[in-house]
Ligand binder design. Structure first.
Ligand SMILES: [Zn+2]
Length: 141
């Protein structure tokens, strides 16, 4: 059994976002990412070619003290963007399901559109599935 199975889903999601940020080269990985359990993984400072997270930077030994730090943009701001994007995608899926349920319950596109604050056409274009029966049904409602 994987140790990840016991971790909360939001932690797993955060790990996925950390990996995405690292693999796309949007941030540096901490030099100790694989070695220290308390490492924050995403680097916030560099000393020459060695990147460190905030936690590992605070634990830094005297080695390399002569090298001036290069502060990196705070990587956790990127995680916040990724988390907000995830939340938007989840909300969009919930909205799609709700619109589908409303349509299946017999509510016309005009009613769904009124709740969404868009035109009937806009609601249909966004949410109608590309099926003949749906298009035929649209003419009736
Ligand atoms: Zn670290």
């Amino acid at each position: 059994m994987s140790t990840q199975a016991t971790r909360p889903p939001d932690t797993l999601r955060a790990d996925v976002n950390v990996n995405k940020i690292l693999t796309t080269g949007l941030a540096f990985a901490c030099h100790y990412a694989a070695a220290r359990p308390d490492c924050q993984v995403l680097a916030s400072v560099r000393y020459g070619r060695t990147a460190l997270c905030t936690s590992c930077d605070q634990r830094r030994s005297t080695t390399g003290k002569g090298t001036p730090p290069i502060r990196l943009p705070h990587p956790h701001a990127l995680l916040q963007v990724a988390a907000a994007h995830d939340a938007c995608q989840q909300a969009a899926a919930v909205l799609r399901d709700a619109v589908t349920s409303a349509r299946q319950a017999g509510h016309p596109w005009s009613t769904v559109a009124a709740i969404l604050g868009v035109t009937r056409q806009a609601a249909q274009q966004r949410f109608a599935q590309n099926s003949t029966s749906e298009r035929f049904h649209d003419h009736l409602t």
